[in-house]
Design a protein around this ligand. Structure first.
Ligand code: PFF
Length: 520
């Protein structure tokens, strides 16, 4: 089977930017920044971009393109090509399929709420909810956690989930250039236009309540951006900033390297990787950093916004924003733009999470795209069910924890060490510059070799020592939820085992073929 390819350089940059620009930019970032020092958060944030974000971006583009040259689009095969002699390294690569599946399974459900809410916004379905409690109960009834006059079952949520799921599988089925690339080519510009409209609307809100002159746009921007320098002394703030960089750039989980494997040998990776990262940062800092928190501040003031931000990203996106947008003229249309913006950002991210599993089945088992997508659809559809029906039991948060806080850090550490130390910095640097449109500053040779791996190892060590006992013993899980969390963990273990078995099986088949003298 001829290898699939991107049809243009802009195409892959938009696809990677599409993966990176997601709910993380518009909801997670503002909450993290507001809760971790405001403007001062940007210091560890930029340090993390320079020392781990960009290096990982370049590493994944480079090893992806390299592995693609050997017919491998996913981490098990790519890791194996980087370290030919080691038989076990491919099992670390399993994380690069497993992690994206976990994120996909919960991310797509949240994505489907956005589709639902964009329809509700236009219909004016939540117009009668005029305060936080009412809007929260609308959301909880939609999620099937309670029943009220708006929703008496989880049916509508399930309906939007099905549509969202089909959209994703459909795009994946169409392939790299006709599916993913085409969708990102249209979705990203539309998303930017929506974001600009919303940003202008928020920045022109002025002082809507004459009785509360302090609740205005300037103070709202100040709330978000004025630095609290003392925050820099807290390790928690540094960990939060680094975590946000991983999440927002989609690095460290096996997704970008899969996209890069569809490049040609001489295609640039240095400038393209940088451009995709820069596009994401623009969307995150400018749009993510100015829309939601400012809007919340103008209507709820400093104390209210603090409470909202500490309530997390969902509160901000699904409760506060619809309330705020209802208070302006044409609120239903702005509400639609807001949820559609997030939905598009979500779709371009979730398709990137699906691609590694599909590519794995195509490459290592020679399945057709249709068959591989079909298997992926069946498996993930089943895995989504506990997320949907046991939302109140913490299943979604559990998946988020294992994928983002564990898999991501482990995978990033392994790939950084593999690249700089096993593959070797000489070869690594040369590969990074094959066909490149820019020369990366020399200092990055040092950073990629020493600083990035040390940073990652340090973070992983700090993390595990601090928390592993509480995690294993489920200390922070309410007693009534423990059976569900335990079942989730066992399920995850089984899935990891199954994927490892598939890797073992496909390599055994291959070595048998080689022994039998098959042309390969
Ligand atoms: N970068 C996405 C966001 O900011 O929402 C989330 C994400 C997508 C993380 C794909 C990881 C990934 F592989």
């Amino acid at each position: 089977m001829a290898k699939e390819r991107w049809s243009s350089k802009l195409g892959i940059i938009l696809a990677v930017a599409g993966s990176a620009i997601g709910l993380g930019n518009f909801l997670r970032f503002p909450v993290q920044a507001a809760n971790n020092g405001g403007g001062a958060f940007m210091v560890p944030y930029f340090v993390a971009i320079l020392l781990v974000g960009l290096p990982l971006m370049w590493i994944e583009w480079t090893i992806g393109r390299f592995g693609g040259g050997f017919g491998h689009s996913t981490a098990p095969g790519i890791f194996q090509t980087l370290w030919n002699k080691n038989k076990f390294i491919k099992y670390f690569g399993v994380i690069g399929i497993f992690g994206p599946i976990l994120i996909f399974v919960y991310y797509i459900y949240i994505e489907s709420w956005l589709l639902g809410y964009s329809v509700f916004a236009i219909m004016g379905k939540y117009n009668s909810c005029t305060n936080q409690e009412a809007m929260a109960s609308f959301l909880h009834a939609y999620q099937g956690l309670i029943k009220n006059e708006f929703f008496s079952s989880i049916g509508p949520a399930y309906f939007f989930f099905l549509i969202t799921f089909l959209i994703n599988v459909g795009i994946i089925c169409l392939g790299i250039s006709k599916g993913i690339e085409k969708v990102c080519e249209y979705a990203l510009p539309v998303l930017f236009v929506f974001a600009v409209i919303l940003l202008i609307r928020v920045l022109t809100l002025g002082t809507p309540d004459a009785l509360k002159p302090d609740n205005n746009v300037i103070n709202g921007l100040g709330f978000m951006w004025n630095p609290d320098w003392s925050a820099l002394k807290s390790a928690k703030v540094w960990v939060a900033a680094t975590g946000q960089i991983f999440y927002t750039l989609s690095v460290g989980i096996g997704v970008i390297l899969t996209y890069a494997s569809y490049l040609k040998k001489q295609d640039d990776v240095a400038l393209s990787g940088l451009s995709a990262a820069a596009t994401n940062e623009f969307a995150e800092v400018i749009f993510g950093g100015s829309i939601v928190i400012t809007a919340a501040f103008v209507f709820f003031g400093a104390a209210g916004t603090k409470a909202i931000a500490s309530g997390g990203a969902f509160n901000l996106g699904f409760i506060t924003m619809p309330l705020v947008l209802q208070k302006v003229a044409f609120g239903n249309i702005f509400g639609f733009l807001w949820f559609m913006l997030l939905f598009l950002a979500g779709v371009t991210s979730s398709i990137s999470l699906a691609q590694p599993s599909v590519a794995f089945l195509e490459d290592e088992f020679n399945f057709t795209k249709k068959k591989a997508s079909g298997i992926f659809a069946i498996v993930t559809f089943v895995l989504c069910q506990p997320v949907i029906f046991f939302l109140g039991r913490g299943v979604l948060d559990e998946l988020d924890f294992w994928s983002v806080s564990v898999c991501l850090i482990v995978f990033a550490t392994v790939e950084a060490i593999l690249f700089a130390w096993v593959f070797g910095m000489e070869k690594a640097w040369a590969q990074l510059h094959v066909g490149s449109d820019i020369r990366i500053p020399k200092i990055y040779r040092f950073i990629i070799k020493y600083v990035t791996p040390m940073f990652l190892l340090g973070m992983m060590g700090f993390w595990f020592w601090q928390d592993w006992r509480d995690i294993i013993s489920m200390k922070n899980v309410p007693a009534e939820n423990r059976p569900y969390i335990l079942a989730t963990r066992l399920g995850l273990l089984a899935l990891f085992g199954l994927l490892s078995y598939l890797v073992w099986h496909s390599w055994r088949k291959r070595s048998q073929k080689v022994m039998a003298g098959d042309a390969y």
